[in-house]
Design a protein around this ligand. Structure first.
Ligand code: SAM
Length: 219
């Protein structure tokens, strides 16, 4: 049974985590405030929740993970979220990253490939009273019928930048996606300057579970 208790101890641990993220180079105060606010331990299985404020990824079932807090903060910082942004997240997982985006004022659309995780997280977010849009399916192709998006974040490692995602981004929009092999990836920030021009920045070095599907890894 999930305990939705946020104690002084948890709050203190979050403050320490924020200090650590600041020391690792996260500078966006709004992102740090969101990390300070969202109880990451709510998104853990009770057996592991004492680890929730370590700067590490942890298993969430179905062979998947909740991303490391530094990675969540780094990707969110790159997205430059503004209130009202329509954001597509690929890889709902535990719902933690989506909750951070929601708290920053984004209209969150999040898609998950694994049915069990999709069902569990959708139900849990309803319990938390957080409103966002959940989809089950292959996010490597985006969600064309819901596009265009101001921002797209991919939270699984891709072999290439899926063309579909670039197509579904507004001009002026930002796509943040880890791209590499199955073990390590570079974080790419792609800004759509015009309908045909993309500006790219790249950051070392991340380790995500694979993005599966048509424009991801096969199997
Ligand atoms: N954002 C998540 C969180 O905050 O807990 C962590 C995501 S976990 C590192 C990556 C997730 O991407 C997994 O839940 C996995 O099932 C999902 N995934 C992998 N390929 C996908 C695809 N093609 N479409 C949607 N989700 C996918």
């Amino acid at each position: 049974m999930l305990k939705l208790e946020d104690t002084y101890r948890h709050k203190g641990q979050r403050k320490e985590l924020v200090k650590l993220l600041r020391s690792k180079g996260i500078r966006d105060e709004k992102v740090l405030e969101a990390i300070n606010t969202v109880p990451r331990h709510f998104f853990f299985d009770t057996a592991l929740d004492s680890h929730a404020y370590e700067d590490k990824a942890f298993p969430i079932g179905e062979g998947q993970t909740i991303s490391q807090p530094f990675t969540v903060a780094f990707q969110t910082q790159l997205l430059e979220i503004k209130p009202g942004d329509r954001v597509l997240e690929i890889g709902t997982g535990s719902g933690y990253q989506a909750s951070i985006l929601h708290l920053l004022g984004a209209e969150v659309h999040t898609i998950e490939y694994q049915k069990k995780l999709y069902e569990k997280t959708k139900k849990f977010m309803a319990k938390l009273g957080i409103h966002m849009h959940f989809y089950l399916g292959d996010g490597s192709q985006g969600i064309p019928e819901k596009s265009p998006f101001d921002k797209i974040i991919v939270t699984a490692g891709a072999p290439i930048v899926p063309n579909s995602l670039l197509k579904q981004l507004k001009v002026g929009g930002i796509l943040v996606i880890p791209v590499g092999d199955r073990k390590t990836q570079k974080m790419l920030k792609l800004t759509k300057k015009t309908a045909t021009t993309i500006e790219q920045e790249s950051f070392d070095n991340f380790a995500f579970v694979p993005l599966l599907g048509t424009e991801g890894w096969k199997g």
